[in-house]
Design a protein around this ligand. Structure first.
Ligand code: FAD
Length: 429
């Protein structure tokens, strides 16, 4: 039986495993295995909500094992540590609980391999970033940020405690940094309802961007302007044309020598491929560690090894590269799955990925949603307010429907809406 291994169950990988599991695994025509270093899936575009407590992973995370059992694939927990292409084996690192080894290093044999391990924040080698900044690369880091924030606010839970302003700097004003800034203000507002004697004037959030405008990758100035206005209205200070050159435990230094104080620095200034991809099985990588693939999602040096999502660099006919987006990860996953099925039938893998920019939406928590739809049509259509919010929410709903199928997917969406009514609006423990 053909063995298909997918490493990384994020926005792209879990959809690929689901598609292959339902089409091949359930019928017994292939043994499909998904590997992830953690036990459950949280959709990465929602990580800023995990960081502020607006999203409860206890409710929203999808257990890989449960999902695998229901969708015809298998799950193995493990971290990709190496690749032996000659013998078609993926090497997984040992799993530890503290100092105790739970599982030794293991090999997993494959006939087709899909690498979908996402990206990590790029610190661009700037001094102090790795050591002093917080990152939003995974659920664990998002929960770490939430704990730090809650601990700070705990001090303010009583009237008697002297209240000092908390200075938070967010470096990088792409969608992640921008949404995080708004979400923080919203979270502080909500905490007041749960006995914390605080208000948003105690939170000093500064959003820092090296480009001349925020959201530099979103095609339109009008969107950046609209978002910048809204952020300033809710009290976020926005600094553009500002390049960070050093971070210490208390300060950030900008190019030109200007220094500002910061209690917490969140770094969201760009991405790169995880270190394990460097020299992984001799596959080709680019300067930011992404695996270079062809538009069929096959890596350039091995037809049987595919890469999708943030961890790959996929070229387009116009000379551009597919951007690191949830949408692209999902669609590239479909291309990889279809091409694997073609190869299994002895046909050529002729499904070629053409990135169609359906648009970008920025959701400033409950304050404002704005974006551009159908960007591939001559610049697209700018949307704001309810339509933008509805479309933004429908991206996650679509992901749920892909994971659970139409009936259970809709039930999950209703259940999540119900939770919002009956449970606290913030995860407080
Ligand atoms: C806060 C935030 C907001 C965002 N908002 C949007 C948005 O609105 N729209 C949009 O299109 N995109 C958005 N993005 C980007 C989007 O989340 C990514 O482009 C997308 O998740 C990439 O999917 P992926 O499958 O490549 O990787 P991921 O979704 O990151 O999944 C990678 C998976 O691999 C696993 N993994 C990592 N390393 C290993 C290893 N060594 N071994 C085994 N498993 C491993 C991880 O646990 C994870 O499950 C946002 C990102 C962030 C952080």
């Amino acid at each position: 039986m053909h063995r298909i291994v997918i490493v990384g169950g994020g926005a792209g990988g879990i959809g690929t495993a689901t598609r292959l599991g339902r089409k091949l695994g359930r019928k017994g025509s292939a043994h499909v295995t998904l590997v992830d270093r953690v036990e459950s899936h949280v959709w990465k575009p929602l990580l800023h909500e995990v960081a502020t407590g607006a999203l409860d992973t206890g409710i929203d995370a999808v257990s890989y094992r449960g999902h695998a059992a229901a969708n015809g694939y298998h799950f193995q927990q493990g971290r990709l540590a190496g690749l032996d292409r000659a013998n078609r084996r993926v090497v997984l690192a040992p799993i530890y609980d503290g100092a105790t080894e739970l599982l030794p290093a293991r090999d997993l044999e494959y006939d087709y391999l899909v690498i979908a391990i996402g990206s990590v924040a790029n610190d661009f080698g700037i001094p102090g970033v790795k050591r002093h900044c917080l990152f939003l690369d995974d659920t664990e880091q998002a929960m770490g940020i939430r704990k730090i924030l809650l601990n700070r606010f705990l001090r303010y839970a009583s009237h008697e405690q002297r209240q000092e302003r908390i200075k938070v700097a967010i470096v990088g004003a792409g969608a992640t940094g921008t949404e995080m800034a708004a979400e923080m203000h919203h979270a502080v507002d909500q905490l007041r309802g749960y006995g914390y004697k605080i208000d948003t004037s105690l939170l000093d959030v500064t959003l820092i961007e090296a480009d001349e405008r925020i959201l530099p990758k979103v095609g339109r100035d009008k969107i950046s302007d609209s978002v910048a206005r809204e952020l300033e209205r809710i009290g976020v200070q926005v600094l553009t044309n500002t390049r960070v050159v050093e971070v210490t435990d208390r300060n950030i230094t900008f190019q030109g020598g200007y220094v500002v104080a910061a209690d917490i620095v969140i770094w969201s200034a760009g991405i790169r491929g995880p270190d394990v991809l460097r020299e992984l099985g001799g596959l080709e990588t680019n300067r930011i560690n992404q695996l270079v693939v062809r538009p069929t999602a096959q890596t350039t040096r091995d037809d049987r090894v595919f890469a999708i999502g943030d961890c790959c660099a996929c070229p387009q006919d116009d000379g551009s590269w597919v951007p690191p987006r949830g949408q692209a990860a999902r669609q590239l996953g479909h291309v990889a799955a279809d091409n694997i099925m073609s190869m299994m039938r002895g046909e050529a893998p002729d499904n070629v990925y053409v990135y169609k920019d359906l648009g970008s939406l920025v959701n400033l928590s409950r304050f404002h949603t704005v974006g551009n739809l159908f960007s591939f049509l001559g610049g697209g259509v700018m949307v704001e307010g309810r339509i933008a919010r509805f479309t933004y929410l429908s991206l996650y709903r679509r992901h749920l429907i892909e994971l659970y199928g139409p009936v259970r997917g809709v039930l999950m969406i209703l259940l999540k809406s119900l939770h919002r009514v009956i449970r606290p609006h913030l995860k407080l423990h």
